[in-house]
Design a protein around this ligand. Sequence first.
Ligand SMILES: Cc1cc2nc3c(=O)[nH]c(=O)nc-3n(C[C@H](O)[C@H](O)[C@H](O)COP(=O)(O)O)c2cc1C
Length: 265
Amino acid sequence: MPNETPQKMLIVALLLCLVCSVLVSSAAVFLKPLQERNKELDMKKNILASADLLQEGADVEQLFQSVEPRVVEFATGEYADSIDPATFEQRAAAKNPQTSTAIPRTQDIARIGRRAKYGLVYLVRNERGGLKYIILPVHGKGLWSTMYGFIALQDDANTVAGITFYQQGETAGLGAEVSNPEWNAKWRQKQVYGEEGQPTLQVVKGTVEPTAPNAEHKVDGIAGATLTSRGVTNLVRYWLGSHGYGPYLSRIREGELNDLNVEGG
Ligand SMILES: Cc1cc2nc3c(=O)[nH]c(=O)nc-3n(C[C@H](O)[C@H](O)[C@H](O)COP(=O)(O)O)c2cc1C
């Protein structure tokens, strides 16, 4: 058969497609564990960074050994130690109607629709075994995307130790500045709760003067990204509020869970 026949060309094209698809799919299969591993490592990095525990050049896995993941029941604010934090997937649980709850419209300021009935918390202890940091996963809508991050609080369950965002799809140079460590640093030492016990912490438009009234409850806005900034205010207020980790944090503030010097599990 001469080389230029339509049949031959078709066979060559089909064979080429087959070879390429085998190559692409085997690369996807073989690289999946590596991707999962990198994702997990990135998450651990962000958890550590939220409490400013990430050290340049240090081994992330080793640093993460000082972090104790636990599971909390949102409704009661109590630890749910029958759930293994190592296998609990909060994001997957939030999608399943059986393991999640719809957020009442009036409370859904983070615009996420549902949340899991249980949530992860990451505890860091001081030398005496007491609480040093409480790190909480948070998420909510920005302008274009759902932003996922961690907020770290000091042992008073009120003072911010830091915040990080590990996944978001806001505009580079504008809303995506939520992931900029320089902006994240502005959150440190801010106070979450106002006199009424509700979260009053907010990202404002412009810069906060240190002498301004309630400056401790205000974080500098991101220039040109007022809508993303508003999204951050709302997600922080939701997750630290009464429908989120509020009941758990209030138990810590009351000293009810403070001295739990036992490993979770
Ligand atoms: C291409 C484009 C991308 C934008 N991306 C964002 C964004 O990621 N976050 C945001 O809050 N605003 C973004 N904006 C601006 C908003 O539309 C809006 O003007 C802005 O949030 C108002 O903030 P300002 O009052 O600080 O200027 C974008 C605008 C344009 C034209």
